[in-house]
Design a binder for this molecule. Structure first.
Ligand code: SAM
Length: 242
């Protein structure tokens, strides 16, 4: 998968993109990251990318031209069509189903905002998928883009080692049973007893069917207790955005 990241703060990306599973995926040729500075596409003397809002008020607004030119120029760097993603607190709240859908795309292009956000007209023109990582406001879209890159790349075939399986994680549609999105079950490792707390007996039994049944029940119990709202989440993967 090719991943392009458009930003005013390119220095925020390399440390994260070189670390952990996301970094290993790049080393293994599973994901290919390209960070681009939107400022380089500004067509004015001072490389200005923002201006004051019409109608007055605080903050600065990202201008259409540099964002639009950056997107088109970066898209032309590779023949594969890119799924355009704008990070915004007003976007579709990110869920695992959307992450799974993104992981099926061959190229993602993230556009991170800053200040008050984008001039509305560039969003109308680019018609991107608008995603939010939660109901709170960040200073910029960079961390949100990195959150999504991490969530997507770990689902790419070969990104996780055999010892980890994304299919059993919370929210995974692979764990969805009978139309119910589930949280993961509790996990334990050595020692068998720690500060008087024992590992559940069934996990030591070697009875694979009993272990699977226990895990299934724990997933359901946790989900009922912690996230009863998940019962109303649709189980099927999302359709592509318009
Ligand atoms: N004025 C905007 C609003 O209230 O909807 C907020 C702009 S925010 C200060 C600046 C940038 O941070 C946004 O353009 C977006 O790229 C990013 N951002 C902030 N919160 C976000 C969130 N929850 N999810 C995704 N991106 C976010």
């Amino acid at each position: 998968m090719r991943i392009d990241l458009l930003t005013l703060f390119p220095e925020m990306f390399p440390p994260v993109l070189a670390s952990s599973i996301v970094g290993r995926a790049a080393d293994a040729g599973i994901a290919d990251y390209h960070v681009h500075d939107i400022r380089q596409y500004a067509q004015n003397k001072h490389a200005k990318v923002d201006d004051r809002p019409f109608g007055g008020g605080p903050g600065m607004v990202l201008m259409c031209q540099p964002v639009y030119d950056a997107v088109l120029s970066v898209e032309a760097l590779d023949a594969r069509p890119a799924t355009r993603i704008v990070l915004t607190p007003q976007g579709e709240p990110l869920r695992q189903k959307r992450v799974e859908w993104l992981a099926t795309q061959e190229r993602l292009l993230f556009i991170a905002g800053h200040y008050e956000g984008f001039d509305e007209r560039v969003l109308e023109e680019l018609n991107p998928l608008e995603l939010s990582i939660g109901d709170y406001v960040l200073s910029g879209g960079e961390l949100a883009a990195l959150v999504i890159v991490d969530a997507v790349v770990r689902l790419l075939p070969g990104a996780l080692g055999h010892e980890q399986s994304a299919a059993e994680d919370s929210f995974s549609t692979a764990t969805t049973k009978g139309g119910q999105t589930l949280l993961d079950c509790p996990h334990y490792t050595r020692p068998r007893e720690w500060r008087g707390r024992e590992v559940p007996e069934v996990l030591l039994s070697g009875d694979h069917a009993a272990i699977a049944a226990w895990r299934d029940e724990e997933r359901r119990k946790r989900t009922r207790e912690r996230r009863p709202d998940l019962a109303s989440h649709p189980a099927s993967p999302l359709a592509p955005p318009d």
